[in-house]
Structure formats: C-alpha cells, structure tokens
Ligand binder design. Structure first.
Ligand code: F6R
Length: 366
C-alpha cells in the first residue's frame, strides 16, 4: 500500500525513522544493549571473537564497509570486508576465532549464501552471524546467530531502509561485542545513548526533501557525477553513487576524497557535478582542502555539510546544511539526503524508480 506516496522507494525512505525505531525496540536499556541476537549462547560466542570477516553484496556491502570502520575504531578486533562474489572464489588463510558476518536484506543472495557455505564447510570460523531483514530466509537458517533488521518488507529495488537498519544492527552488534569482551564501557554506553537519538535526527533530515527536490533539477542533464567522502563517509559516498546510477542511469563514481589527485581530478571540469558529504568529524579540514582542489579546477560542488562546518557557499559551491550529529550516527544520517537526491533525479528523468531496468530485488542466481 503506497498511501500518500508516489513510489515505494519514497515511502521506504520516509519510513526510516519507524524502521530504525523498530530495529532498536526492546534492545536498548539505559546504558547497555540487551540481547539482540538469536541462536546459541551469543554472548559466549562474542566473548571469544578475535577476528571478523564481513561478506555481502551491493548496498549491504557498503554497510559492511562502515561496520568495519566502527569495529576497528572502537575495538582491537581486526575486521575485513569483501564482496561475496570475490570472497567465495579465493583461498582463505585460516584465522583464529573468526566471526563470519553476512549482511543481506533478502537473506537469499546467491553469492552471499555460497560464501557462507564455503566457510562452514572448511570449518574456518568460530561462528557465523547474519544481519538480515527476512526472518525465514536461507541465510538465517544457515547461520549460527542472527541479528534481524526490522525494516519491514522493502519493495523498491533500490535498497534504502534496509541499509540504514543494517547500520543500526552493526552498532547494536558492536555494543554487544564490547559488552561481551570488556563489560560495559564508556564507548558501549555512548553507542547506546547515541542510538536512542537516531530516529529523531533522521526525521529532521527528511525535512530537507523539498530543497533536495529543487537541487535535483541541476543533475537531470548530466551524464556523470562524482561522490566524495573520507573515513566512514567514503562508503556513504559509494552508496550515494550506487543509488544515483541504479535508478537515474547517470554514471556515478565514488572516491575517497584523498584519492582525487591520484587520478579522478583529471575528470573535473564545469560539466562534472561533485557531491560531497561533510559531517563535522576529525577529517573535515582534510575534506575541505580536497573541495578546494575541485573548486580550483572549475568543478561544481554540492556539499551536504554540518551546520557547524562553516562551509561558505559561493557560485561554485552549493551547501546543504544538516544538523550536528554524533560521529557514530553521521554515516546513517548523511545517507538520507543522498537517497532523496537519487530519487528526485530519477523522477525528473522519468525512469521506473521502483523497478530500474535490468535489476532484480533479490539476486538468487550467480
Ligand atoms: C542496491 C541493492 C543491491 C542489494 C544487493 C544485495 O540498491 O539493493 O545492491 O543490496 O543485491 O542484496 P541483499 O542485501 O538482499 O543480499
């Protein structure tokens, strides 16, 4: 039921505060994460983990990249991330007490399932855990532990609320991991406190919709776009580029902003729109100098920036301000305007937003 919305994608974008609330429901106490994992002895398993491998495809892979950033920032557990179609066909050295995490909206993605099977057959992991949106799916059946995202059915082929709830699930898992290995710590307490504010922050950012709709007009005639981010915002940029290409068919690429001068800067001219995500984190000043490199080459910049980032708009640089957010929530909050941008550009181009050409919602064949 579409209700007041024109497309499932838009409905699902606007459902995100509700989907996030549902994913948090019953899982947060005042200072700690409560049990959010189903399976045998989850906390005993987490207590033993010495290394993590995340496997996923597409948008779910982007969630994994952000998850790695969080896990390696807040624990001493090394974490690797790989797309399932590569991981499944390459030799894996044995690792000690490895937790294998699959991330999937559908729970039926062929490559992700095959990668899980391969690891299980070689007994190369301590346990497998899936972050999944479908309770009765192949991945939940085949995994030792499950952490369900409570996004509800996602109909639009382009994943939106499944992605942001995957990120919420990764934060719940991170807090549980810290609690299992070190007990309650200032970091696990901070995670819990930040998560509680998230639905309301996402709601605030959704209010940018009309501004983004207007901004979208500037992209309709474009054939290419470049997305930039640094740190955990680089995967946010990857996700923004994927959304734009899959529904508007505009060729989009994402780069870590520091890589610009190693090649992509050659593409920058007045025809190339560059979209950057700029929350007020430790890397903001670095990003600002990358934006300056783009400006100096005549590139047109669209920056989604924190109000406190003090980015001064000019003829070449459009700035859309977002409210200040805790570092841990920034990737989730900054994803929202990029989803809206892709949606409105696609609408203006007249594509079939909910069913983009050549794509299927669930990729059950290799
Ligand atoms: C992009 C998109 C795809 C899926 C990918 C994995 O918007 O939806 O990239 O993320 O096909 O699907 P799941 O998460 O079901 O394993």
């Amino acid at each position: 039921d579409l209700g007041e919305y024109r497309h499932y994608m838009l409905k699902e974008i606007f459902e995100q505060p509700k989907a996030i609330t549902a994913t948090l429901e019953g899982r947060l106490a005042q200072h700690q994460v409560l049990s959010c994992l189903s399976g045998l002895n989850p906390m005993a398993v987490l207590a033993q983990v010495e290394e993590i491998q995340i496997i996923a495809c597409g948008t779910s892979y982007h969630a994994g990249l952000i998850g790695r950033h969080w896990i390696e920032t807040y624990t001493d557990i090394p974490c690797h991330v790989e797309v399932a179609s590569e991981y499944r066909y390459r030799r894996q050295p044995k690792r000690k007490n490895l937790l294998l995490i699959t991330i999937s909206q559908s729970g039926e993605t062929a490559d992700t399932l095959a990668a899980l099977e391969k690891v299980k057959q070689s007994q190369a992991c301590l346990a497998s855990l899936t972050i999944c949106n479908v309770m009765e799916s192949s991945l939940t059946r085949e995994s030792d532990l499950s952490l369900m995202t409570m996004a509800g059915p996602e109909i639009g082929v382009a994943s939106t609320k499944a992605f942001t709830t995957q990120l919420v699930a990764l934060q719940l898992l991170l807090a549980a991991l810290i609690q299992a290995q070190q007990g309650e710590t200032p970091v696990s307490r901070q995670l819990v406190a930040d998560l509680a504010q998230l639905p309301q922050l996402v709601q605030q950012v959704l209010a940018l919709n009309p501004v983004i709709e207007t901004l979208a007009e500037r992209f309709v005639e474009k054939h290419h776009a470049l997305f930039l981010g640094r740190g955990e915002q680089y995967p946010v940029a990857l996700e923004g580029a994927l959304k734009l290409k899959e529904i508007s068919y505009i060729h989009a690429e994402a780069y870590p902003a520091g890589e610009l001068k190693h090649g992509p800067l050659a593409l920058v001219d007045s025809e190339m729109p560059i979209i950057a995500v700029a929350p007020n984190t430790a890397l903001l000043e670095k990003l600002k100098s990358n934006l300056e490199e783009v400006r100096a080459r005549g590139g047109e910049l669209y920056v989604f920036a924190c109000k406190t980032a003090n980015l001064v708009p000019n003829e070449q640089m459009h700035v859309l301000e977002l409210p200040p957010v805790p570092d841990l929530l920034a990737p989730i909050v900054y994803t929202i305007p990029l989803q809206l941008l892709a949606y409105h550009v696609a609408i203006l181009k007249g594509t079939d937003v909910d069913k983009p050409r050549n794509l299927a919602k669930s990729v059950t064949v290799e």
